[in-house]
Design a protein around this ligand. Structure first.
Ligand code: ADP
Ligand code: MG
Length: 421
């Protein structure tokens, strides 16, 4: 099979690494990719302007059988709709990707299908939204309706900050059209986890759960980020709860889409809040999560390419996936200042040369300069350092020992990944 992966993060490097192990693979391409992808596998053509048209041309030229879409934006924009007459696509059509693309659509859908989630109210008028704050108790959860690159949600106990969030989204339009509506949600207490499922329009086949660390600094402080680290498995999710998550959440989503005449094919990500052995939905995403993918795929024993292919053709042959019986942990190395302004062009070559064999490195915001043969940072999240071992403690030791002995100027990382709060 000839495969094209779309995306440039740690998630896509990890998908690439896993797909390379498949006996079904013939040619592989990544667009736009990063410094972790072999140069010969990176799409050289610039597809940036008029992306969909150029993409179709590329798919035809290279006889691509399957396109695996990493990020949410192209899915919400309809990349699967555009490509479906030209090749197979792992990723939902825009009619299905709306489950991530509109948080109010998703909450309505959850209500209609009796999927356990938070109470909510939708507003387009800031005065009415601010007035509503008087009727509810803090903490307040304010969300922009559309995609906002992980920056559209404010959770705060301060009324003034809640009011500011409402005004920023609805009046100042800081997220543009994504903020034409807001949701004010009931605050859910508990511990978060992410569960991913491969979906083929009929069934959802679950991966084991993972937990990510969203805040920038230790002890879950600082601003929300794309994710600073992750672990799998998750201590507080047992088999009984996984069965509940399958039946009460994923099966209901698949049926709900069927009732709408929509076939959900691709990955479905459930962001969960767990309390007293029960799961409620924080949100759904229509693609793999980053950085959870980077700890899950090294544990997955099934063939990822086969799973993506079967999902895309609408017939997954398995009902259960197999994972190594190990603990997996990943730490994100980020540029100082992230998630706000940060430094770029940090030289990573020496660090990368020193990585021991028992650690995995998945590149995120990096590039390789073939003339100087050096690696440089390009993004806020730079590298994922992942370890598999017998315990969280063992993984923490291996990763942090390496990071402490190989410091890079102008970078930082959380020192508490794996610790349960
Ligand atoms: N109803 C809620 N109750 C408590 N915390 C929430 C709630 N909704 C969101 N959060 C917190 O905010 C984070 C981001 O919200 P989410 O809906 O996942 O949006 P996005 O990932 O698109 O920014 C969640 O991971 C969670 O920590
Ligand atoms: Mg989220």
């Amino acid at each position: 099979m000839n495969v094209l992966i779309i995306g440039s993060g740690g998630r896509e490097h990890c998908i690439y690494w896993k797909i390379l192990q498949s006996p079904l693979l013939e040619e592989i391409y990544v667009y736009p990719g990063n410094g972790g992808i072999l140069e010969e596998h990176i799409v050289k053509e610039n597809l940036f302007l008029d992306f969909f048209k150029k993409l179709i041309q590329f798919v035809e030229d290279k006889k691509i059988d399957l396109v695996i879409v990493g990020p949410e934006q192209p899915l919400v924009d309809g990349i699967a709709n555009v490509l479906q007459n030209h090749c197979l696509v792992f990723g939902p059509t825009k009619e299905a990707a709306i489950i991530e693309g509109s948080k109010s659509w998703a909450r309505d859908f959850m209500n209609q299908n009796k999927i356990p989630s938070a109470k909510y109210k939708v507003f387009t008028n800031s005065k009415e939204a601010i007035h509503f704050l008087e009727e509810i108790h803090p903490p307040y959860v304010i969300k922009a309706d559309g995609l906002a690159a992980g920056k559209g949600v404010t959770v705060t106990s301060e009324r003034s900050l809640a009011i500011q969030a409402i005004q920023d989204i609805l009046d100042k339009k800081i997220f543009g059209q994504s903020g034409s509506k807001i949701l004010i949600e009931e605050f859910l207490e508990g511990q978060e986890a992410s569960v991913f499922a491969f979906c083929d329009g009929n069934q959802a086949v679950l991966m084991q759960p993972a937990r990510d660390y969203k805040r920038a600094y230790d002890q879950n402080t600082g601003p929300n980020t794309g994710g600073m680290g992750s672990v799998s498995p998750v201590e507080y999710i047992n088999e009984e709860l996984m069965n509940q998550i399958q039946k009460e959440i994923f099966d209901k989503v698949m049926n709900g889409f069927k009732k709408l005449g929509i076939s959900y094919k691709g990955l479905l990500y459930a962001g969960l809040m767990i309390k007293d052995g029960k799961a409620k939905i924080v949100e759904f995403n229509c693609r793999f999560g980053d950085p959870e993918t980077q700890v899950l795929l090294p544990l997955l024993q099934d063939d990822l390419l086969e799973l993506c292919f079967q999902s895309a053709i609408g017939r997954i042959s398995k009902t259960h996936l197999t994972f190594k019986k190990a603990s997996s942990l990943g730490v994100v190395l980020a540029a100082k200042g992230y998630p706000q302004d940060y430094k770029k062009n940090i030289n990573l070559t020496e660090f990368l040369n020193n990585v021991p064999e028992n650690l995995y490195i998945f590149h995120a915001g990096t590039k390789y300069d073939s003339q100087s043969r050096e690696f440089y940072s390009t993004g806020g999240r730079i590298l994922n350092i992942v370890s598999l071992g017998n315990s969280i403690e063992e993984n923490r030791f291996k990763i942090y020992d390496f990071l402490e002995k190989n410091p890079i100027e102008n970078t930082f990382y959380r020192k508490d990944i794996g610790i349960l709060y």
